[in-house]
Design a protein around this ligand. Structure first.
Ligand code: HH2
Length: 291
C-alpha cells in the first residue's frame, strides 16, 4: 500500500537510449538477454562464441525484442567478479557488430566503469548497472556524456554473498527508497532524467517471499515515476513456486512478466523473447479495449 505523502510522480512518456527514443505507454518493451559467459545460471555457454551471440541477438530482434542486452559476467548467486579486461574481451566484438547490424538499442549489463566506457566507445545505447552506482558515479558520468540509457538495479550485498540471509523491514519500501536515491545520484552525475530506468532486482539479495512481495506491490516502485524494468526470467523463486528446474520455468516467467506489466512495469527482461512479446501485445490490447 502507498502511504500518505508518497510521491506519485507522473509516468514517463519515453525512455531515451542514445540513438533511440523508446515510447512507453504502449505494449511493454521486451528486453532480450544474451549472455556471453560460460556460467550464467540459465544460458551459460550457449553464446560464448561472438558469432553465436550475434545470431541469438538477431533472432531476438526478429521475435520483437525492443532492446537486446549483452552480458559478459554472470551475477548468479555465488558468482565471483570477472576482471574488466576479460569481460571486455567477451562482449566488445559482440557489441561492435550488433550496434552496426541491429535497428534496436544495444545494451550491456556491466557495473564496471572501464568496461562501460569501452562499450560506449563502440556505440552501445544502454548500460544496465546491477549495483545501482554502488561503485561511485563514474559509470553514470560515462552514460550521461554519451546520452545512453541507464538501468539502475537494486541488490542487497554482492552476488557472492547476497543469498546467505537477505533481510529487510519492508522490502518494497526499502527497494523503492534505494532506487529513488540511486536515480537522483545518476541525475547529479549528468544522466538525463528521461534516460534513467529502475529495476527492483528480483533474486538479488532477496528470498522467494521478497521477490513475490515486490511483484505483488510493484505499483509502489512504479510510483517513483521512472520507467521500471523487471527481470523474473527463469529465476529460482519461480522454480520454488513451480517445483521446476531452470529449463522448465517458461510459464512462470510469462506469469511474472504479465503481473509486472499489469502493475506498471515498462520493460521486461527475458531469455524467451517471442512468448513474452505476445503476452505484452495482448495485455496492451486489453488495456486499449481493441485488437
Ligand atoms: N538479472 C540478471 C542479470 N542482470 N539486470 C537487471 N536490470 N535486472 C535483472 O533482473 C537482472 C539483471 C540475472 O539473469 P541472467 O543475466 O540471465 O543471469 P547471469 O547473471 O547468471 O548471467
Amino acid at each position: 500500500m502507498l502511504s500518505e505523502g508518497t510521491p506519485h510522480a507522473a509516468a514517463a512518456a519515453a525512455f531515451r537510449c542514445r540513438r533511440f527514443t523508446l515510447p512507453l505507454g504502449g505494449p511493454a518493451l521486451v528486453v532480450g538477454v544474451v549472455n556471453v559467459t560460460p556460467d550464467s545460471f540459465s544460458d551459460g555457454g550457449r553464446s560464448l562464441d561472438p558469432g553465436a551471440a550475434c545470431e541469438r541477438a538477431h533472432a531476438m530482434a526478429a521475435e520483437g525484442a525492443a532492446l537486446v542486452e549483452v552480458g559478459g559476467e554472470s551475477s548468479r548467486p555465488g558468482a565471483r567478479p570477472v576482471p574488466a579486461d576479460e569481460e571486455s574481451r567477451r562482449i566488445l566484438p559482440v557489441v561492435r557488430r550488433l550496434v552496426r547490424e541491429l535497428h534496436i538499442p544495444v545494451g550491456v549489463d556491466t557495473w564496471k566503469a572501464p568496461v562501460a566506457e569501452a562499450i560506449l566507445d563502440e556505440g552501445a545505447d544502454l548500460l544496465n548497472d546491477i549495483t545501482a552506482l554502488a561503485h561511485g558515479p563514474a559509470l553514470a558520468v560515462a552514460a550521461g556524456r554519451a546520452g545512453a540509457g541507464l538501468v539502475l538495479m537494486h541488490m542487497q550485498g554482492t552476488p557472492g554473498t547476497m543469498q546467505r540471509a537477505p533481510t529487510y523491514g519492508d522490502v518494497v519500501v526499502e527497494v523503492r527508497g534505494a532506487l529513488g536515491t540511486a536515480a537522483a545520484r545518476a541525475e547529479a552525475a549528468g544522466v538525463a532524467p528521461e534516460s534513467i530506468a529502475v529495476d527492483p532486482g528480483l533474486g538479488f539479495g532477496k528470498t522467494a517471499r521478497h521477490n513475490l512481495e515486490l511483484l505483488r506491490r510493484l505499483e509502489e516502485v512504479c510510483a517513483l515515476g521512472r520507467p521500471v524494468m523487471v527481470g523474473a526470467s527463469r529465476k529460482a523463486f519461480l522454480g520454488a513456486v513451480l517445483e521446476a528446474p531452470v529449463e522448465d520455468r517458461l510459464e512462470g516467467t510469462l506469469a511474472a512478466g504479465a503481473a509486472a506489466i499489469l502493475k506498471g512495469a515498462s520493460l521486461v527482461r527475458v531469455h524467451d523473447v517471442r512468448p513474452m512479446v505476445r503476452v505484452a501485445r495482448v495485455l496492451a490490447a486489453i488495456a486499449r479495449g481493441a485488437p
